[in-house]
Design a protein around this ligand. Sequence first.
Ligand SMILES: Nc1ncnc2c1ncn2[C@@H]1O[C@H](COP(=O)(O)OP(=O)(O)OP(=O)(O)O)[C@@H](O)[C@H]1O
Length: 464
Amino acid sequence: MTDSVSEGEFNTLGDYADEHGVATPQQRPERDDPLSVLDEEDPIFRDESILRIEHIPDAGKIVGRNRQIEAIAQRMKPAQQGNSGKGTIVLGKSGSGKTLVTRYVSREVQGRAADNDVRVGRAVVDCRQRRSETQAVIDIANQLNDPQATDISIPLKGIATGDYYDRLWRIVDELYDAIIIILDELDRLSPQEEMGSATRHQDADDSQLLYELSRAGEMENIDAGLTIFGISNDLKYGDRLDTRVESSFAPEEEVFPSYDANQLRDILEKRRDAFHDDVLTDDVIPLASAFSAQDHGDARRAIDFLRLAGEIARDTGADQVTENHVRAANDDTDVSRIQDLIDGTPTQVQIALTALAALSEVTNDNVTEFKAGEVHSVYKLFANDIDAEAHTQRYVTDLLREYDTMKLLSMERTGDGYASGNALWLELLDDPSLILRSVGAESRLRELRFDAEMRQAVLQRLSR
Ligand SMILES: Nc1ncnc2c1ncn2[C@@H]1O[C@H](COP(=O)(O)OP(=O)(O)OP(=O)(O)O)[C@@H](O)[C@H]1O
């Protein structure tokens, strides 16, 4: 048995969370005139908007995507002459540059076409915010419409979906030689989990939308050229299109690989201008890119780190952004990620998760796998401490399985032939301290005793 108990002077889990808390160091002193902030130049950022997600960098600042830019330009090129392009689905993990590249190329096509007096219209729909076929069509129509020129109105409600399509096609024919429609996060229009089945139904909003849009081209409902792009994080999205859509939309897939640490570093270097000269210390960009490379090379996350680290530096009155600010930003995002996962789970689940995290923490990660019996024993200890009902071991492991805690822990049954026989083993997949901080930061478990005596008691529950 290990005999090390983690150090620290704290009485409750709430104290632990505060002490190990997100490293938002010392706040700056209060100002006599709080509005004086409006008259001052930002001490850290020269232009924070460069670090916003919607910011489209210049061509020279798009890193490692030449092949994808070329492929997408090929597909959109017919629009430049007022013709229809091929249907395309752009796939790749989050933050791999799908939206950026698609928007960037479509903007270029529109600009070059305009130079030759070809009128190209562009609509980019964020399907996460629309959530229905009708809402998406309304959005497309609004983006393409110029009510003064067409005299066509798009009411927010009150007309049938088919009428919205009719108005959309009238707008297109009046105003454009070709249109490019980009449906970002297309799978979110009818999320798989809400469909309740592995195979998509042809009435699902995304299928319906793709079908209606692509058929308009086929049926010659419009004279203008039509190019449709769908974007999704789900690499298998194409497999889920039903055959009816498959035949009218007939998309080709363009897959965006994730970035490696060097590419992420390059992406961040090219946004240095967001900061005043000499504000970023040397470690900041390498560390922010290393953290996000661990997380499937997400450029959005890398840029967020940099922005957050700058904000933490500014809010704490520092005049430079340092490695510590990046670590604080990393902590901050990790704790929020875990809080999102456990938010809304019953107290019983949180007690069980805390029991597993406490076991990992008090053994200083020397032991990582724990028997369900050991976890249950600590769970009972904790439940008693906060006057919650203590359930059976079976009930507790079922709860952990039922709630989506499986991203945080793994469960494996072994029949290893040792004296322990057939046992269920639990292992935490995240840093135990992060779980303890997330739970201790805001939940009923804040009051859980977590002093040296309790930590010793946890350690004694190890049955080996
Ligand atoms: N190659 C790149 N060079 C410069 N900046 C990039 C690059 N790729 C992505 N970015 C930036 O990273 C952020 C996320 O990129 P983008 O939104 O295009 O990702 P995505 O693949 O569409 O992700 P999601 O599917 O989550 O929307 C944006 O701010 C974008 O400008």
